[in-house]
Design a protein around this ligand. Structure first.
Ligand code: C2E
Ligand code: MG
Ligand code: MG
Ligand code: MG
Length: 278
């Protein structure tokens, strides 16, 4: 490889590119063994009812401990999609999270799991969801699946059929990172989502005098009969403003960071105590 690198600027550029590709290659290879090496884990982040501050749902978020580092899902999920390990990994998360949720003290608590479009569109996806529910004993009504808005660029008919199969099982479907993709209003209407999650970027840009996008999104979600969740709440001001604007649920570091299953149950106990003594 070094032979092809010219001197000066081009060389510097190529070396940076080479390092990037090498890093990516290492991760791609590592992903194939992530499950068997027990490097994956799931953490959970609370989603609260904005009015009552009661726990409404918990989102499962994947973590990968690789070569002494914690790799972000934002980095490795696209790579897992690239080499096809997303199917096995996605299945693993679904099973792991359903088993954890089936054992929670609060048997009404909803579990929200992210699924990648590739995973969702595969022939055996619905069967693997059925299997995760059956083997864990989790009630389908408690399961929510989050798909990102970028899905709208793909095969709409296939997507619609998957969503109706899930809804026929009483599983709820959420549209994640809303506002960052390319969905049209008619697509949104025809896909019949249960939950709409407003992306963190809008929450963080928003101010008391400048919040038209969030306001319009909430209005539309209400019209479509979608429950709304605002992601990435970090300040009391954001929480207050969004609650006043009528958002249904709030999620963010202000309330809790993603945590492992054991810490989630401790967090839940202390959260409940705090809210009973108020
Ligand atoms: P997401 O589904 O939109 O998840 C929310 C992300 O925002 C999470 O990042 C969460 O840790 C982070 N977050 C939550 N509250 C706050 C906050 O107040 N401030 C800030 N700055 N960030 C906050 P995370 O865990 O790094 O996940 C990144 C993305 O990776 C997720 O975005 C999701 O798209 C994807 N992902 C995570 N787990 C899975 C999975 O099991 N399967 C699939 N297909 N994708 C996953
Ligand atoms: Mg999500
Ligand atoms: Mg999101
Ligand atoms: Mg997001």
């Amino acid at each position: 490889h070094q032979k092809h690198i010219a001197s000066g600027q081009v060389g510097v550029y190529s070396q940076a590119l080479y390092a990037k590709l090498h890093h990516e290659q290492t991760l791609l290879e590592g992903l194939r063994h992530a499950i068997s090496q027990k490097e994956l884990s799931v953490v959970y982040q609370p989603i609260l009812d904005a009015q009552t501050e009661q726990l409404w749902a918990v989102e499962a978020l994947l973590r990968w401990q690789f070569a002494g580092r914690s790799i972000s899902p934002a980095e490795f999920i696209p790579l897992a999609e690239k080499n096809g390990s997303i199917y096995e990994i996605g299945n693993w998360v679904l099973h792991r999270a359903c088993i954890d949720a089936a054992h929670w003290d609060n048997q009404a608590l909803r579990l929200s799991v992210n699924v990648s479009l590739m995973q969702l569109l595969r022939d055996d996806f619905i069967a693997s969801v059925d299997k995760a529910l059956a083997s864990s004993g989790l009630a389908p009504q408690r399961l929510h699946l989050e798909v990102t808005e970028s899905i709208f660029s793909d095969d709409m008919d296939l997507l619609a059929s998957k969503i109706s199969a899930l809804k026929a099982r009483h599983i709820k479907v959420a549209i994640d990172d809303f506002g960052t993709g390319f969905s049209s209003l008619s697509m949104l209407q025809s896909l019949d989502f249960d939950v709409l999650k407003i992306d963190r970027s809008f929450v963080q840009q928003m101010t008391e005098n400048n919040n038209a996008i969030v306001r319009a999104t909430l209005l539309m979600a209400n019209e479509l009969g979608c429950k709304t969740v605002a992601e990435g709440i970090e300040t009391n001001e954001q929480a207050k403003l969004l609650t006043t604007m009528g958002v249904d649920c709030l999620q963010g570091y202000l309330y809790a960071r993603p945590m492992n299953n054991k810490r989630l149950s401790q967090w839940y106990t202390s959260w409940q105590q705090k809210h009973q003594t108020q």
